[in-house]
Design a protein around this ligand. Structure first.
Ligand code: LLP
Length: 425
């Protein structure tokens, strides 16, 4: 797959559709998603991890079409809110193939999950054990996983490191909290503890933290058998696999991850003579990220001090990631032949703060001017899903591009939409 990885400024198509045509038809800013690339990435996971269950992490990007594609490709779904759960259910996605996450699941979320028959619920705190058990109807059993913080620091930014003891997710296995919780879950007749879960963090570009996680999680499963005689059949290693945001950046190699994790699991289990648990994975970014492109129109180009600012019609409301995590993108001028000479610019958004920078210090053709189109590759994950209503500009639409055709999946949020929620005076 590589249709969304342009190599030169100028003409660029995604899914066989020229970007200038998309801008003309749907306006800007707009998010494009290449359905073929999403499907190809789902298949890559299914093939590399043939023996595992792959659950796409819906928080990265979800709309009804996405849920449908993922389901057709044979993946499950990791959901972390009633909104994600119910949106997917409306497409016919079987709740049985979903995993519900959350460190603060509300009573109505839990009630909806049980009513709709969510396959597994991931318990994130000791208090949740009895809370979930109390909602399970008499005679029934809910399958649950227990989320562990295995004491591993990994992830591209402090905000997305979730494997250590001193952050809000899971139960720490390094101080005995997890072990106590395992005992509590096993005591609950209405809960079936099918396995342990950990999610180390996000945008992790090395396999090493995953191998360490396998060792620690297997040790904990071994301890569980020794203490309670319970052999847990599943191990969920979460997601977090890195993608390349700019040319030259390293993505985590999914096939290498699969073979190294498989070998580590085999050896860790053999050492303590534990049957190998079934693996579960929850990639989000690595499935949706590379399949998305954000398209903007340049509205102004100006010099201020020693900088050239190229301002576009979107910004931190449709992509907060540079401001939140300091992520660097590589926008490209598209839709016309441009000067070969490049000059360094700051690509900034339209919002009312100086921190609204989409791409700092990038090289763009020296003749860039208002009316030009800028495409930002690798915009498929945590863009729409994190879009805000800042400055009441309305969120961009999502357009699927595939096989030379473009179709609207999610319409633009209109000013009427924005106004309609404001009902008081
Ligand atoms: N499983 C769990 C329990 C998670 O919390 C997450 C992401 C994933 C799987 C999927 O992780 P992925 O494969 O997408 O890295 N907003 C941040 C990313 C936050 C990730 C939150 N949890 C960003 O824009 O980079």
């Amino acid at each position: 797959p590589g249709s969304t990885r342009p190599t030169a400024h100028g003409d660029l198509s995604v899914g066989g559709v020229p970007l200038a045509e998309v801008a003309e038809r749907f306006g800007t800013p707009v998010y494009l998603v290449d359905e073929d690339e999403v499907r190809a990435r789902c298949r890559l996971y299914r093939e590399a991890f043939a023996e595992a269950e792959i659950h796409y992490a819906a928080k990265a990007f979800l709309c009804r079409a996405m849920a449908h594609w993922v389901e057709e490709e044979g993946l499950g779904l990791d959901v972390c809110s009633r909104g994600e759960l119910e949106l997917a259910v409306t497409t016919g996605f079987p709740a049985e193939r979903m995993i519900l996450h959350g460190n603060a699941k509300s009573p109505d979320e839990l009630e909806a999950a049980l009513r709709l028959g969510v396959g597994r619920i991931v318990i994130d705190s000791t208090a949740e054990i009895a809370r979930i058990a109390a909602l399970v109807p008499y005679g029934a059993r809910q399958r649950v996983l227990l989320r562990i913080a295995p004491g591993i620091a990994a992830g591209a930014h402090p905000a997305v490191r979730t494997g250590t003891a001193d952050q809000k997710f899971g139960l720490s296995s390094t101080d005995g909290t997890a072990q106590l919780a395992i005992a509590r879950v096993l005591e609950q007749p209405r809960l079936e503890l099918v396995g342990l879960h950990c999610h180390l963090g996000s945008q992790i570009s090395s396999v090493k933290p995953y191998l360490l996680a396998v060792r620690r999680m297997v040790a904990l499963m071994h301890g569980t058998r020794q203490a309670h005689g319970a052999v847990l059949p599943e191990l969920d290693l979460g997601g977090g696999h890195a993608i390349a945001y700019r040319p030259g950046e390293d993505a985590l190699d999914v096939r290498a991850l699969a073979s190294r994790v498989r070998a580590e699991l085999r050896s860790a289990c053999a050492t303590v003579d534990l049957p190998e648990p079934r693996l579960l994975l929850e990639p989000g970014r690595a499935i949706a990220g590379p399949a998305g492109v954000a398209l903007y129109r340049v509205l102004s180009v100006k010099q201020n001090g020693r900088q050239t600012f190229v301002a576009v019609d979107g910004g931190m409301s449709d992509n907060p990631r540079p401001a939140l995590y300091g992520v660097r993108y590589a926008p490209r001028l598209v839709g016309r032949a441009a000067s070969a000479e490049l000059s360094p610019v700051q690509v900034v958004g339209r919002h009312c703060e100086a921190g609204d920078v989409l791409a700092a210090g990038v090289e763009l053709p020296a003749d860039i001017r208002p009316g030009d189109l800028l495409a930002v590759p690798a915009s498929g994950a945590y863009h729409l899903s994190m879009a805000s209503g800042y400055n009441l500009v309305g969120r961009p639409p999502v357009v699927a591009v595939t096989g030379g055709t473009a179709r609207l999946l999610v319409r633009r949020e209109s000013l009427a939409d924005v106004r309609s929620r404001d009902v008081g005076l």
